[in-house]
Design a protein around this ligand. Sequence first.
Ligand code: BGC
Length: 453
Amino acid sequence: MPSLVNPEVEMAVKGFILDQEKMAEVVERMTKEMKMGLAKDTHPRAVIKCFVTYVQDLPTGKERGKYLALDLGGSNFRVLLVTLNSDSDVETISKSFEFPKSLMSGSGKALFDFLAECLSEFCIENGVQDETLPLGFTFSFPCQQQGLSKGILVAWTKGFSCEGVVGKNVVTLLQEAIDRRGDVKINTVAILNDTVGTLMSCAHSHKNCRIGLIVGTGSNACYVEKTVNAECFEGYQTSPKPSMIINCEWGAFGDNGVLEFVRTSYDKVVDRITPNPGRQTFEKCISGMYMGELVRLVVIEMINKDVMFHGDKSQKIQKAWSFNSSYISDIESDPPGEYRSCNKVLNELGIIGSQESDKESLKLICEAVSSRSAKLCACGLVTIINKMNINEVVIGIDGSVYRFHPKYHEMLQFHMRKLLKPGVKFELVVSEDGSGKGAALVAATAVQNKPKI
Ligand code: BGC
């Protein structure tokens, strides 16, 4: 049967195709950049920062107690109360708060006052306002950590741009906002990246988990490094603890131009309309915040060339960011030749009277964008596994793209197998509740390791 996809569409998506040779090149370049981030003398000019997290203990299963957790970094904000009763009994109460869009670009003070307000509301609702509970703050942005409870924001990502926060210790900003209210007692003992929470939560049930990955609104990974290689940690040569979790911040890979060979003209347009142009190059090729816009830009070009949707320029899809990345998962969920989810998406976008060839073209564009994302993620994971030089590993994963895309897991697995040395075994596991259980586990290690006076 001849393809229903218009040849113009096939041409347009060619730039998203990554063959084996290009993927191997990505791994090679990423390996170099990661080494630079880890080494003390090259760290200041490295783009993949490989930040030291000060988390040196993986869960033992013996952690106990009651912890609060905050989760800021994706599309919503959550407060959680986590009780670690035993290794198999973890109780979590959580509340999601609608995050006013205006706060993403307002003042830092307004942002932290909002967080403190939600925290206070949650504590009062759950009757813990008079207990001084330890809190783990999952803050999913690049931070230069100077201790378990000290993290300096290096740059905003994922559409955030609040003033007065970059260069500051976010734990202090949170604590000050809590103190300004004065109605709850909190002790912020740890700040952590979402990848670290994901790794810790997965390691609680899978003893061999050594990598945490997020493919959601943003993308990033962390892994367990030998402390002696974590040169940016002051005690790296003398620490009694053999391991250190490293927050790669791989989203910034390519910010120095080394990824131009995988970028398309559409990537460059997306980059220009973000609040952080020129930054987070790798993330912008991979994550949910940008995938939908990439698809939309190709579609618009095809409409303008009159090869899709009758060249009709009147629809909602003309508006930047109107094509949610979740639509990609929906469209790719339809079995071959069926268009139930696709029709729903088209309906939401106000596109009527489309033909089967339009739908097939749209699906091909979605597949081009999502498979490039999975291939790049596979390259990233393979870079980390090679660097760790291990033969067996479990990878804990979270994020909307990984969870909801119908083929992401398979694509990731397939391309990792092709890129890894033979004999290296890995397992990709959905990590449940990194920002709740994971944050509580990090807070527990912080409390345990505190010097007793
Ligand atoms: C942030 C990372 C985070 C990732 C996933 C990126 O934009 O820089 O810190 O882990 O998003 O949420």
